[in-house]
Design a protein around this ligand. Structure first.
Ligand code: UDX
Length: 445
């Protein structure tokens, strides 16, 4: 099938590449000339395991092309995916200007029946806006070419995106016409072969499914973080409680890990956008509002623990931070807890040394660029030299079994604050390391 993918961000690039991998002819479009030039040379703008090789291979075969001209991509396209960003607007709602600009251009450039797919996460009702925009652009040209607008939300996780796309739990498609639904079924058949994972529904339901899924997952996390705070106050150990409740199949083990808050490009943005959608429709969402509020507070949980231990004034104290990205296996720092933690520590006069396997460039040049005083180290132990404590923020694999003797040697005092509960308190206790984790009260001797 001939496919155009508009927007070569995370979702667009992964989707386009995976469609090409299945033998489709894909043209990826972006307005950013530099990005397109780099992609043509096989330089990809993000870190995602396995993606670079797949882009290179399919580009070489000619199944994956890159262009800045949407018109060119539309010449042969049977399906056009809109995968441009929907950043959070000032008021918390999704900013649709990029989606609608693409819709206009599609209306101006298309010359045959086309299935237009909303892949970006967009508020309920956006497909109708896209349709109106395309119709208006066609009218201005004096043409009337049939098309359908379909919603096909993306559920991929950063760090495991290729696997998620190639072997999806489900493919959700919302369409109002049988013709468009058939086309989408055909396109996704190779990905859902083992058994039918294709879930067909109305356009608005598909749009809502994405928000409901992300809000549900974020709710599990915030709920667990709230429980962890109660555990800590009551003397319970959240690590045991987590296993205790997860063993109930109805609850399940996933997404109940307590921590220093969720981040990323989806949960924070989508939870806020869903709240906004509800309010616009006259509903005051109580659970969803609380999910976001709990998370905002939870991002400060390590700051609270550090100041409880070392006092509000951290002048002359250094902290070694392990992990900057919002989760492991990505260099993405959007809404990362590390940003809140580091800024709060710096504001109290502390010195910061940080190490992350992939995200240090992002931090230095973008997310923490207003703090050139942060020292980034080339290995995890160097970040601890002369520090009062080690603070683990992101649970990268290389932090799971560190050399605790080395940690002790490098630190001024053997103190660890663990925002992701990675270690066994008994083991650290035996080694004389003071171990602060989430949801477990600490009794210092
Ligand atoms: C998420 C959804 O999982 C995906 O389906 C959707 O398409 C986009 O949003 P992603 O943002 O890549 O994917 O990350 P995810 O692995 O879901 O983690 C999100 C955040 O939640 C991370 O900051 C992670 O540390 C945190 N988290 C996750 C917890 O704090 N506890 C958990 O139990 C699970």
């Amino acid at each position: 099938m001939n496919i155009a993918v508009i927007g070569t961000g995370y979702v667009g690039l992964v989707s386009g590449t995976c469609f090409a991998e299945m033998g489709n002819s894909v043209i990826c479009v972006d307005v950013d000339h530099q990005k397109i030039e780099k992609l043509k040379q096989g330089i990809i703008p993000i870190y995602e395991p396995g993606l670079e090789e797949m882009v290179l291979e399919n580009h070489k075969k000619g199944d994956l092309l890159f262009t800045t001209s949407l018109k060119e991509a539309l010449k042969s396209a049977e399906v056009a995916f809109i995968a441009v960003g929907t950043p959070m607007g000032e008021d918390g709602s999704a900013d649709l200007q990029y989606v609608l600009a693409v819709a206009r251009e599609i209306g101006e450039g298309m010359d045959r029946y086309l299935v237009v797919v909303d892949k970006s996460t967009v508020p309920v009702g956006t497909a109708d806006l896209v349709k109106e925009t395309i119709l208006a652009a066609q009218k201005a040209r004096g043409v009337e070419i049939p098309f359908d607008v379909v919603s096909n939300p993306e559920f991929l996780k950063e760090g495991d995106a290729i696997n998620d796309f190639m072997k999806p739990d489900r493919v959700v498609v919302g369409a109002e016409s049988a013709r468009a639904m058939e086309k989408m079924r055909e396109l996704y058949a190779p990905f859902t072969r083992s058994h039918d994972r294709f879930i067909a529904m109305g356009v608005r339901s598909a749009e809502m499914t994405k928000y409901a899924a992300n809000a549900m997952l974020a709710t599990k996390i915030s709920f667990m973080n709230e429980i962890s705070n109660i555990c800590e106050a009551t003397g319970a150990d959240v690590n045991d409680v987590r296993v205790g409740i997860g063993s109930d199949k109805r609850i399940g083990y996933s997404f109940i890990y307590p921590g220093c808050g969720y981040g990323g490009s989806c949960f924070p943005k989508d939870v806020k956008a869903l709240e906004k959608i509800a309010l616009e429709h006259g509903i005051t969402p109580r659970v969803i509002g609380a999910v976001e509020e709990v998370n905002r507070e939870q991002k400060k949980v390590l700051v609270r623990k550090i100041t409880a231990r070392f006092g509000e004034n951290l002048q002359g104290k250094s902290f070694g931070i392990w992990g900057l990205s919002f989760k492991p296996e990505t260099d993405d720092m959007r809404e990362a807890s590390s940003i809140v933690l580091i800024k709060e520590l710096l504001a109290r006069g502390a010195t910061i040394k940080a190490y992350d396997p992939k995200a240090m460039e992002e931090a230095r040049h973008f997310y923490l660029k207003e703090h050139p005083e942060i020292l980034y180290t080339s290995n995890k132990y160097d970040a601890l030299n002369g520090a009062s404590a080690m603070v683990l923020v992101t649970e990268w694999k290389e932090f799971r079994s560190p050399d605790f003797y080395e940690i002790k040697n490098r630190l001024l005092e053997p103190v660890i604050f663990d925002g992701r509960n990675q270690y066994k308190k008994e083991r650290l206790g035996e080694m004389g390391i003071e171990y602060h984790q989430i949801g477990v009260a600490i009794h210092r001797t």
